[in-house]
Write a protein of this length. Structure first.
Length: 314
């Protein structure tokens, strides 16, 4: 994105026990071939970490896996949940990670009682983040696969809209509710569908991204003033940025409560201005989500150009 600039503000309208190289905000370090992501509220996150990090260390050892939770306050958009990234070198090892997470979830509900985030005894609730490209396999042709999975497992399965882009690595939340065994069955199939795509070019970027935003202090979150942010985007990427029928910008506006507009720039036929307005934290969150759309659109455009070049040279 060229010529990025931030407009002036205007009045108006716990540790996870992980170690390793410093990572960029919104990402986690990935060094293993297979990845799954889970959403964990404070209670589940604490149960998975355990006293002094004992539980998460044990899961890592038992499963030959790496587990990393985003920092407290680093939450997935439109939730109050941290992202737990699990990585291993085989699908089976990730299934064992999932089994132990579900076991901890069941123990938590039995000791602490039912909650909206974790469900109840016999009706547990677990949320995962799945790349958009894998969701088709979970649903199946005409919804046949997800219907059969619901019937055979007895689980309730819901799939949210894609967040933060239209590309194959856009996140979709898959929520599974039911008995412990049902969750294990469904999560194993979700894992299988994700790992079928582990050799795709976009997979490593999806695996490393958490998509999290930071919870700001109350005096920032509750600031009633309006803020504006603008940057320049090339015309050729505007279609992918906006989405079909404006669906991309509408989704980000709905998620963040901001207003987003793309306008022509006088005397600059090659670029347009992307403008975002709203409360400070919301505006920053919208900018990050639009940046993900931008990068997805740029990657798709680059791939299309490469294909066209190869075709013309034959």
């Amino acid at each position: 994105m060229k010529g990025s600039s931030i407009g002036s503000a205007s009045k108006g309208g716990e540790g996870n026990g992980s170690s390793g190289p410093r990572k960029s905000p919104g990402t986690t370090n990935v060094s293993m071939t297979h990845v799954m992501k889970f959403l964990a509220g404070d209670a589940l996150a604490s149960a998975i970490i355990g006293k002094g990090g004992a539980v998460i260390t044990q899961i890592r050892t038992n499963c030959n896996a790496k587990l990393a939770l985003t920092d407290k306050g680093q939450v997935f958009p439109s939730t109050d949940c941290r992202v737990l990234t699990a990585q291993a070198n085989s699908e089976e090892e990730l299934n064992e990670v999932a089994r132990q997470i579900i076991e901890k979830l069941s123990e938590l509900v039995k000791t602490s009682g039912a909650s909206e985030a974790c469900g109840s005894d016999g009706e547990l609730k677990l949320r995962t983040l799945v790349p958009k490209a894998a969701v088709g396999g979970i649903i199946g042709k005409g919804g046949a696969a997800i219907k059969q999975m619901r019937e055979t497992s007895g689980a309730k399965i819901s799939i949210g809209e894609a967040v933060g882009g239209a590309g194959p690595g856009a996140e979709q939340m898959v929520t599974v509710s039911g008995p412990e065994e049902a969750l294990q069955t469904v999560i194993a199939e979700v894992n299988r569908q994700i790992q079928l795509l582990s050799s795709e070019a976009w997979y490593s970027t999806w695996a490393a991204s958490t998509g999290c935003i930071t919870h700001m202090p109350p005096y920032v979150m509750e600031d009633s003033r309006g803020f504006a942010l603008s940057c320049v985007v090339p015309n050729r990427l505007v279609g992918g940025l906006i989405g079909r029928g404006g669906s991309g910008t509408k989704e980000v506006q709905m998620l963040t409560g901001t207003k987003i507009g793309i306008r022509e720039i006088p005397d600059d036929p090659d670029n347009r201005s992307l403008n975002i307005a709203g409360p400070l934290a919301n505006t920053c969150a919208a900018y990050m989500l639009m940046m993900k759309r931008y990068l997805d659109s740029e990657a798709q455009s680059s791939a299309a150009n490469t294909t066209a070049t190869k075709g013309s040279s034959r």
